[in-house]
Write a protein that binds this ligand. Structure first.
Ligand SMILES: Cc1cc2nc3c(=O)[nH]c(=O)nc-3n(C[C@H](O)[C@H](O)[C@H](O)COP(=O)(O)OP(=O)(O)OC[C@H]3O[C@@H](n4cnc5c(N)ncnc54)[C@H](O)[C@@H]3O)c2cc1C
Length: 476
């Protein structure tokens, strides 16, 4: 992309009212490029940090007039760089991170650049919660627009199932409210394909009273116990409880003591209920046990030490139909460990598997929101972390190989269950451009194309899983 001229930058500067404008020679520019993963960082031509919708409108119109690419940054966790731009405009929402709570209406409104930490804390001040991410520095923006699973999903569904309304700046500069009654087609599309339509300046969520602390913490096991642990994880799904969830992490212990299986346990109830729920796990004699009663926001900090900023990362979704075959998990763990043995730079990498009660999520009819992956399939992540930028392609293609193994396993299981082979993947765990990602929008694609043609006919927002345009739009 050619450099943006000084004249063009001045024209933009003159149109902004309260936003900060940063160019490569401004102080604060380098800091503004930082993303959760170094693989997601690109050198923007210009960064606009708005605090009000009118400046977003000005930046969007300016970029379209000048043929400049547009990227929108929420929490900055895209490993593929979809919230960054090489030479283009970044609308960086980090200054729009206010969260307000309406305790009477039991709603929480978060600006588009807020993180879940800000939502968890603001809600806790009123003993309220909503369904947010399990790593509290992720952005409300990307996570909500792609669906959003969290520890409270068993009770309250996905983040989008609790979204009541959103304010959006569209490509044509109009600022609109989307809800069940205002622009309902846009509201439908935002919930599962939401990066395709505009810049969301705020989200209003349904909140729930959460007076009690939750029973949560980490259990650690030597890898010899893998099969027994997987069997217990399967049992949590076979005996579902909406107030419970679990996540397993297969990784090297951060203290260098070797491979370990970590299980994060969650129970929204009393200590006794939680202990009962996870008694089979504690009976396996974990070498690490931090289970305790803690305030709800703490559960979303448990993964922060492993999910810290810095280094290069790949974050690729895998999907499985429970029950998990322990032999298959053992073979994948062996793959990971031998990969790390060959290349110790990958030591902080992990395979993460979720065990979430999907009943509440599946109660919502598929056609009610744009999210296509509303089914009993569970999600996991191949998370790679390394430092050597020369290895980016190698590591990504290895992750794709492992992803393919999961896909073959899933397809075999789906065939057994007559569910059809092409189960849609969870959009937020799918890195754009991956060959293994074949079915993001599933049955909702035709309707999404219609909504896209109405709200973003020129395909201004195309960085994250772009909705393929209708033939009439391509030829126009
Ligand atoms: C460590 C980690 C933990 C995670 N945990 C969970 C989890 O518990 N549950 C879950 O469901 N997912 C989880 N995810 C996946 C997460 O939902 C996605 O990575 C999500 O896209 C991150 O959003 P962000 O705003 O932080 O990232 P960004 O990189 O800022 O944005 C991602 C995409 O969304 C767009 N976008 C962001 N904000 C806006 C906005 N306000 N308006 C318009 N477009 C916007 C960006 O343009 C970009 O294309 C996790 C990811 C990571 C890396």
């Amino acid at each position: 992309m050619s450099r943006i001229s000084a004249t063009a930058i001045n024209a933009l500067r003159n149109q902004l009212v309260t936003a900060t404008l940063l160019t490569p020679d401004s102080s604060g520019y380098e800091e503004s490029l930082i993303r959760w993963s170094d693989t997601g960082m690109k050198r923007a031509g210009v960064v606009v940090q708005p605090v009000e919708p009118m400046d977003i409108r000005a930046a969007l119109l300016w970029a379209q007039d000048h043929g400049v690419e547009i990227a929108v940054k929420g929490g900055g966790h895209s490993t593929a760089g979809t919230s960054s731009s090489e030479g283009g405009l970044v609308i960086d929402l980090s200054r729009m991170n206010q969260v307000t709570v309406d305790p009477e209406a039991k709603t929480i409104t978060a600006q588009g650049g807020a993180t879940w930490q800000e939502v968890d804390q603001a809600g806790a001040a009123y003993e309220l919660v909503t369904v947010g991410g399990t790593v509290n520095h992720t952005g409300v923006g990307g996570l909500t627009l792609g669906g959003g699973y969290g520890w409270l999903s068993g009770q309250y569904g996905l983040t989008i199932d609790n979204l009541l309304s959103a304010t959006v700046v569209l490509a044509d500069g109009n600022v609109v409210k989307a809800s069940a009654t205002e622009h309902p087609d846009l509201f439908w599309g935002l919930r599962g394909a939401g990066y395709n339509f505009g810049v969301v300046v705020d989200f209003t969520y349904q909140a729930y009273v959460q007076k009690n602390p939750v029973y949560t913490g980490v259990l650690g096991y030597p890898i010899e116990k893998l099969e027994s642990v997987v069997e217990q994880l399967n049992a949590t799904l076979a005996n579902p409880d909406p107030r419970s969830g679990a996540m397993s992490i297969f990784a090297h212990a951060p203290d260098g003591s070797g491979p370990i299986i970590v299980v994060i346990c969650f129970y929204n109830g009393t200590r006794e209920e939680g202990q009962e729920r996870f008694s089979a796990f504690t009976a396996l004699n974990p070498v690490l046990n931090t289970l305790d009663m803690v305030p709800y926001p703490v559960v979303n900090t448990l993964q922060n030490p492993q999910a810290r900023y810095g280094d290069r990362k790949s974050f690729k979704g895998v999907f499985y139909e429970p029950p998990l075959d322990p032999k298959f998990v053992r073979s994948i763990l062996n793959d990971l460990l031998s990969k790390i043995e060959k290349d110790p730079d990958l030591a902080p990498s992990a395979i993460i598997l979720e065990f979430i009660n999907m009943r509440k999520i599946c109660d919502v009819p598929l056609a009610d929101t744009a999210l296509a992956s509303r089914n009993s399939t569970q999600n996991g992540i191949i998370f790679l972390r390394w430092t050597n930028s020369m290895k980016d392609q190698d590591h990504r293609s290895w992750a794709r190989e492992i992803q393919s193994k999961w896909k073959i396993e899933l397809d075999a299981r789906a065939r057994d269950d007559s569910q059809g082979e092409n189960v849609p993947q969870y959009i937020n765990y799918a890195e754009p451009g991956d060959s293994v990602v074949t079915n993001i929008y599933g049955a909702n694609l035709p309707r999404l194309q219609t909504v896209k043609s109405k709200y973003d006919p020129k395909n201004v927002f195309h960085k994250m899983h772009p909705i393929p345009l209708l033939t009439s739009q391509i030829s126009a």
